[in-house]
Design a protein around this ligand. Structure first.
Ligand code: BGC
Length: 733
């Protein structure tokens, strides 16, 4: 790996030369603490059981207090473990001490964890943060998460999640940057930089893990873990792009996806792991399987038994086994039987040791006493960043008659169980947050609007409390209804076949509207929702996602107008679920949807997304004019003028799209190729300039040849993927 010094590389080689086969295979084994006693499941499974509601938080705590955890100390001592999932710094030090001082070669463990959108400070879920279109922010939140987790001994984040995701039924859309490969690639780069690049001290950075490699976001019908079939040109031009960008940025590790791609599970997919990732992209780090995925190759029907699965995975280029102990138990025999060359093992171990070396674990294996207490109270700087991220991720979807913002002396009836929750603002996968850091929407609203009164009324689950509805209608001069999804309704294993507001929430909205008071709908959710009805009847809609610890302050700030919303959608919202997958950069057809009969449309649903990618309103308005496109040799120079025609200062996200109008393969109707922020005072106009390199205007075919084809191109600029000015230009490459 190039990022090591010669001395470090020699150290890796000298260790490798001293290692027994058992010790080598030990490095390829990742364990998580198992709960022994009443409940015999891995710790991660137990966490999952709590997150998905199979057990309650109280039950979880009870199990944890009585059960004994097996941290695999003996295996560590024998050099049989390379990595563990642990986040308690005291435990980290204890286990690390065994590895460093009691194992024969003293190779440190690498502790990994799902730190998807923050560690102690939790930021907006990724689908929301991507909508900030603010790459500097994305980098800063990653850097802060790295610092916080490293102070707990977690040196490896199973993040960023880079799955291009276009089907909102899939619960894991929440964890990634949305539907667009260009925005996804910038997000990927920003996250890798943030996690990895501040190497001024071993305490400031972690190794990123790009996941899930690859195609997981295209699971058929949005059902988690489902099969994935896609044309290779779609794969190269879309799904591979963010991974390619992140590898180029120096990402240290990759996690293979659960799904098969065109018939071969990613876990044992030599073409994906070796040919594309390691050979063609030159990825120097190591690949870890997803949890239990090697064993699942048996169920998948691709391996006869555990050993067969382990052999296939190792040969395909899978360097580390997450959670099954199949390598630990079967790989030695497979090598001795000649099924796996020892060179394959050496390559994997070299990669793993190199990442540990790069992380400084050999020289700084422990968490210092000072680091452990560093964030006893969350520093202001961390809270401020969480608030900034939350503010910039909120998307104003509708604002009829300028109902918003609300003046601070309004009497507000705040409605919805979600409004009073500190847990539901956090989003799937966050595990290290503390309740004391969280600001619920209720708290934020009460601080901002002294005339707020809270009437729970109902939520994603359970019944409607009629008394509350009546009282809410009587009290406020405006109703703010916080509705949406529970955290457990998105994330892993949380696909939904109907993505409208769950439970009786639409009915609740109807009742609230019947009170005659104006209703503002604030959404809390982990995926795009189907909001056709809400868009028709509710005058103001704010997309609040799950924004992390500062959600309450951020929502109140937007509702009061203290902050002028500027967030955009990183994923299109369908009008109804049956339109899924819906995404702006879809392929053209010979019969694009129109009102006439024989076109590509539904009889019973609109043909456009309800709210498209890039969409988001502000308390001011913008007008675009003068789109100009000039051929400047190796690039296009593009300019467009944007004017703030409203009465408030605002920050507009000016977006640039292109279309290859006639190519040897069908191309998308639009593709994002750039964006810029424009800060505009009322009445002010600015001309925004873009440079589009011609070399970036091509596409890959099914054999991964890159094409730049002469001919007609369309260039679009505007405030969303739908509302754009268009120009045409003929190009010769
Ligand atoms: C998820 C991964 C995660 C891993 C470890 C799996 O179930 O798919 O995203 O990193 O568990 O917790």
């Amino acid at each position: 790996m190039d990022r090591l010094t010669n001395g470090q590389r020699e150290r890796v080689e000298s260790l490798l030369a001293q290692m027994t086969l058992d010790e080598k295979i030990g490095q390829m084994n990742q364990e998580s603490p198992s709960i022994v006693g009443g409940f015999d499941v891995p710790f991660t499974e137990l966490i999952e059981m709590m997150t998905d509601g199979r057990i309650s938080k109280e039950e979880f705590e009870k199990i944890m207090s009585t059960a004994k955890q097996d941290y695999h100390e003996d295996e560590i001592r024998r050099g049989g473990v390379g990595s563990l999932m642990v986040q308690d710094p005291v435990k980290v030090n204890e286990l690390q001490k065994i590895a460093v001082e009691e194992s024969r070669l003293g190779i440190p463990l690498i502790f990994g964890l799902d730190v998807i959108h923050g560690f102690r400070s939790v930021y907006p879920i990724a689908i929301a943060e991507a909508g900030s279109f603010d790459t500097d922010l994305m980098e800063r939140t990653a850097r802060m998460a790295a610092k916080e987790s490293r102070a707990s001994g977690v040196a490896w984040h199973f993040a960023p999640m880079l799955d291009v995701a276009r089907d909102a039924r899939w619960g894991r859309v929440s964890e990634g940057p949305g539907e667009d490969p260009y925005l996804g690639s910038l997000f990927a780069r920003a996250k890798v930089r943030g996690l990895q690049n501040d190497r001024s001290s071993a305490e400031n950075y972690v190794a990123a893990c790009l996941k899930h490699y690859i195609g997981y976001g295209a699971a058929e019908s949005g059902r988690d873990y489902n099969t994935v079939s896609m044309a290779m040109h779609v794969f190269y031009n879309n799904y591979l792009k963010p991974f390619e960008a992140a590898v180029d940025e120096g990402a240290q590790t990759v996690m293979a996806a659960f799904n098969d791609l065109n018939g071969v599970p990613c876990t044992v997919n030599r073409f994906l792991l070796r040919d594309i990732l390691k050979d063609s992209l030159g990825f120097p780090g190591f690949v870890v399987s997803d949890a239990n995925a090697i064993r699942e190759c048996v169920v998948h029907g691709i391996a006869e038994d555990d050993e067969d699965a382990g052999v296939k995975a190792a040969l395909a280029g899978m360097d580390m086994d997450m959670g099954t102990e199949i390598y630990f138990k079967h790989l030695k025999k497979a090598v001795e039987d000649g099924k796996v060359p020892v060179g394959v093992i050496d390559e994997a171990v070299r990669r793993i040791l190199s990442v540990k070396m790069w992380l400084g674990l050999f020289d700084h294996p422990y968490v210092s006493e000072e680091a452990m207490n560093r964030y006893a109270t969350l520093p202001d700087e961390h809270v401020r960043l969480a608030r900034e991220a939350a503010l910039k991720s909120i998307v104003l979807l509708k604002n009829e008659g300028g109902l918003l913002p609300l003046s601070r002396d309004r009497k507000i009836s705040l409605v919805g169980n979600l409004a009073d929750s500190r847990e539901e603002i956090i989003g799937a996968w966050a595990m290290s947050w503390r309740e004391e850091d969280c600001v619920s929407i209720r708290q934020g609203m009460e601080e901002m609007f002294p005339g707020t009164r809270y009437f729970p009324c109902g939520g994603p689950e359970g019944d409607i409390v009629m008394d509350d509805v009546l009282r809410a209608g009587e009290y406020g001069d405006v109703i703010v209804a916080v509705l949406g999804e529970l955290v457990s309704m998105s994330g892993e294993a949380s696909s939904r076949a109907d993505i409208s507001l769950p439970g009786r929430q639409r009915e609740l909205l109807e009742m609230l509207l019947e009170t005659g008071k104006p209703v503002v709908l604030v959404l809390m959710n982990g995926r795009p929702l189907a909001l056709e009805w809400e868009n028709l009847y509710v005058p103001a809609i704010v997309e609040g996602w799950q924004l992390g610890i500062e959600m309450g302050h951020a929502v109140a700030s937007v509702l009061s107008g203290e902050f002028n919303p500027e967030g955009r959608l990183s994923s299109s919202f369908p009008a109804v679920t049956g339109m899924c997958p819906v995404y702006y950069n879809h392929m053209n057809t010979g019969r694009p949807a129109s009102k006439s009969k024989f076109t590509s449309r539904y009889l019973d649903a609109p043909f456009d997304a309800l709210y498209p990618f890039g969409y988001g309103l502000s308390y001011t308005q913008y007008e675009y004019s003068d789109l100009e496109v000039a051929d400047a040799g190796d690039r296009l120079e593009i300019s467009v003028t944007v004017r703030n025609t409203g009465s408030r200062e605002g920050r507009e996200t000016v977006q640039l799209y292109m279309q290859d109008a006639a190519a040897s393969l069908v191309r998308p109707v639009k593709e994002l190729r750039g964006f810029r922020k424009a800060e505009l005072a009322p009445g002010q106009a600015k001309t925004v300039h873009f440079e589009l390199k011609k070399s970036d205007m091509g596409f890959y075919d099914n054999e991964r040849n890159y094409h730049l084809e002469d001919g007609l191109f369309r260039i679009f600029a505007g405030g969303s993927s739908r509302d754009c000015l268009a120009a045409e230009i003929r190009l010769k490459f």
